[in-house]
Design a protein around this ligand. Structure first.
Ligand SMILES: Cc1cc2nc3c(=O)[nH]c(=O)nc-3n(C[C@H](O)[C@H](O)[C@H](O)COP(=O)(O)OP(=O)(O)OC[C@H]3O[C@@H](n4cnc5c(N)ncnc54)[C@H](O)[C@@H]3O)c2cc1C
Ligand code: SF4
Ligand code: SF4
Length: 475
């Protein structure tokens, strides 16, 4: 068994800011540790003694990369292929669920809840471990178990919110039942590492469903969205980060907030774009761990599910999934779903999946290489990555954007604490303003340059050389 000391985990991972709060390290059967929310609104493990010896199942401390883990699970699967960016795959799709209300109730095309419901209805598992509205412990969402399709549906939708799974795994150990587990890529990796080290958990969890992931948010993200609309953090009761509207592109979804304003119940729903600080590029309240992560699509999951951020699909406000299947049992469910008309899925090449997450791959592959250089220059320890440190060949503007993004994330945590102390949301905005102005100025420039580069590539394909030459000097 691969073990490490809590002292090492604390010094390198937790103090270095690389802890995502998953709870894997406090999930061993005889664990003396606990996982609690810290001042930033992220989970963080704590052990009474720094000498505690723990299983090295940390996604940011284990030597096992996503590729190595995936190889032991999928490499021998008949018909499996491998891609540098999405890992192993049997098939890749874009589409949605046509039956029942899965699509309406989901964040994207509803495939997530559909495939989990098929596990239950086919008796492949007894329960699903996923994230649901919390039963009230000072947090809005938590990992829980659903044993029926009705329960499962109540837990649909993406939660941009801190969660951890050590509590739910305690329940899982108590029963002899079989489960499917849902998580973002680093959580799936952590759960897979747990299974490699822990026969009890390996016996219980049979399927892993991975969500494509841009980055996670601390609890403060939900607080910020509510507070700017007049609902203070301790008066926020519920939030739907992905409300669908009947028109407009799927990417311009809404946010619904429930809470209290001047002691009266308040419900508001507005387009995400109308909220200050929602722009994912700013990375407000992003844990540092997410800047040192290279798994965009959950490469260790049996099936990965994301949003089809592709021009062919994004205009449909009802939402469309991208799906990567790696497990033959899930492939059978998908095949029969397509045949019966329950699923409307188009077979697409892996390149289209990559295109749908273009920004995510740029940030977590090309620009991660640069962040590793920055960490090395500072003499900092950083987790083992599948990307080599590199600064050559990276556009100077992008280098500046990378640094600014890290500063924006870091500043958002401290600025929000300051605003809370002052009991004034405007303090947060004032603190963020200088960095935001600089970021917006730089980003606008590089965005314009990207649009022109893309236009040039299209024109090149069409061999319209004259026009391309005229555009050349503009970039
Ligand atoms: C933090 C985060 C970041 C994401 N970033 C991207 C991205 O950059 N690009 C992209 O294409 N897609 C991203 N997604 C995935 C996307 O938002 C949808 O979740 C996905 O497309 C599935 O939609 P659906 O309609 O098929 O699933 P649904 O039917 O809505 O089911 C979603 C399932 O996921 C579970 N779940 C929700 N939130 C969490 C969570 N935090 N941890 C574990 N389980 C959870 C729910 O309990 C439910 O079972 C992200 C999701 C999260 C949670
Ligand atoms: S990332 Fe997970 S396993 Fe690693 S230290 Fe944090 S809670 Fe523990
Ligand atoms: S970006 Fe990576 S580290 Fe951050 S939550 Fe997503 S999978 Fe985990």
């Amino acid at each position: 068994m691969n073990t490490c000391s809590y002292r090492d985990l604390r010094e390198k991972v937790i103090n270095g800011g690389y802890c995502i709060g998953c709870g894997a390290c406090v999930s061993q059967s005889n664990s003396v540790g606990s996982n609690v929310l810290n001042a930033r609104g992220m989970y963080e493990p704590d052990f009474a003694s720094s000498e505690s010896e723990i299983n090295n199942v940390c996604p940011f401390f284990s030597d096992r990369s996503e590729t190595e883990i995936a190889k032991t699970i999928f490499a021998a699967t008949k018909g499996i292929r491998e891609n540098e960016f999405i890992g192993f795959y049997l098939s890749t799709y874009a589409g949605y669920v046509a039956e029942d209300s899965f699509r309406e109730g989901g964040s994207s095309g509803g495939f997530g809840t559909w495939v989990l419901s098929r596990f239950l209805s086919e008796n492949l598992v007894d329960g699903v471990i996923h994230v649901k509205p919390s039963s009230g412990k000072g947090v809005l969402f938590e990992y829980g178990i659903s044993n029926s399709i009705e329960d499962l549906k109540k837990g649909a939708k993406s939660r941009y919110y801190p969660v951890e799974f050590s509590g739910v795994l305690r329940e899982v150990r108590k029963s002899q039942k079989k489960y499917a587990f849902v998580g973002v890529p680093c959580f799936v990796k952590a759960a897979r590492l747990l299974c490699e080290n822990d026969d009890e958990i390996a016996d219980r969890i049979l399927f892993f469903v991975g969500l494509v992931c841009g980055h996670l948010k601390s609890k403060r993200f939900a607080d910020m969205l509510a507070w700017q609309k007049g609902i203070k953090p301790d008066e926020l009761r519920a939030i739907d980060f992905r409300q669908k509207f009947s028109s407009g592109p799927a990417s311009n979804y809404g946010i619904e907030i429930r809470g209290e304003k001047d002691r009266k119940a308040e419900i508001l729903a507005e387009r995400a774009s109308s909220f200050y600080g929602y722009n994912w590029g700013y990375g407000f309240f992003k844990p540092r761990a997410c800047d040192f992560c290279d798994d965009v699509v959950s490469e260790t999951a049996d099936v990965s599910i994301g949003d089809a951020w592709l021009p062919e699909y994004v205009d449909d406000s009802k939402g469309t999934n991208v799906v990567v299947v790696r497990n033959p049992v899930i492939q059978e469910l998908v095949d029969s779903g397509i045949k019966s008309g329950a699923l409307r899925l188009d077979s697409i090449p892996p390149e289209k999946i990559i295109e749908s997450q273009e920004g995510g791959f740029r940030h977590r592959r090309d620009l991660l290489a640069y962040r590793l250089v920055l960490a090395e220059e500072q003499g900092e320890w950083y987790p083992r990555k599948r990307v080599e440190p590199k600064k050559d060949g990276i556009d100077e503007r992008y280098k500046k954007i990378t640094v600014l993004r890290m500063q924006l994330a870091e500043k958002s945590h401290s600025a929000f604490e300051k605003a809370l102390k002052a009991d004034d949301f405007e303090v947060f905005k004032t603190e963020m303003k200088p960095l935001l102005l600089e970021y917006d100025r730089l980003y606008r420039k590089s965005f314009a340059s990207r649009v022109l580069s893309k236009a040039k590539r299209v024109l090149k394909k069409r061999k319209i050389r004259k026009i391309r030459d005229r555009l050349h000097f503009l970039v």
